[in-house]
Design a binder for this molecule. Sequence first.
Ligand SMILES: [Zn+2]
Length: 253
Amino acid sequence: MIVGVDVGGTNVDVVCYDGNFKHVATYRTKDVVENLNDLLKRIARDLKAEKIGIGFAGWIRKGRILKAPNVKVSISFDLPVPFRVENDANCFALYSSHELGFENLMGITVGTGVGSGVVVEGKIYRGRGLAGEIGHWFVGGDRKCTCGGRGHLEAYFGGWSFESRGMNPRELVESGKIYDLKDFETFCLCVANAVTLLDVECVAFGGRIGGALSEEVLKERIGRYLMPEFDTEVRVIKDPLAVAKGACLAVME
Ligand SMILES: [Zn+2]
């Protein structure tokens, strides 16, 4: 039995995998974050886990969390079974690749911030660890980003950015007003640039905001910035457990 965990800013989701995925539990992050390691130890014992994959919204290099601007907790893990801590967007990309059947895929999560992960030939491409952080691309201006930089995509597009400017992310998406924002245009331009760099077969969107966007609108708006030869598929994954499931797959890689 493989256990996958998604440690997000709001919730901690746990799934297990033995050929099929099963939802085990969801906790409020604030309720469990202090004792997360003990909780995972207990889950590992109860489920007789062989391995644990942990998806985490942070910058990870060589298994070490360098920075987690949107989770606001510092965590280190000490577990009785082999485990891997993996960037949450990488987990999302890997799950999307398996689920959709594309070996070369970019996964983009838009929730509190903007995360992205790259799968090449069916495996996560990490570079030295931080590959695919399009949320921290410089897009102009000087709005402060949670990473400490300025003018990054995430400072203009995503949950914390919208909220900091008095906009309700859910309402923006449900009303469709999000598509009228200049920031949506900037987001699509960044995605198109990434597609040009990687020539992936598919871009999959997920997360609280990304998973609620329209495939048709995304495809059309991203396509405005692409040469016609880039016939990249655009898919939206609505599964809220995609990161936890991807964490299972990542620890089996
Ligand atoms: Zn940044």
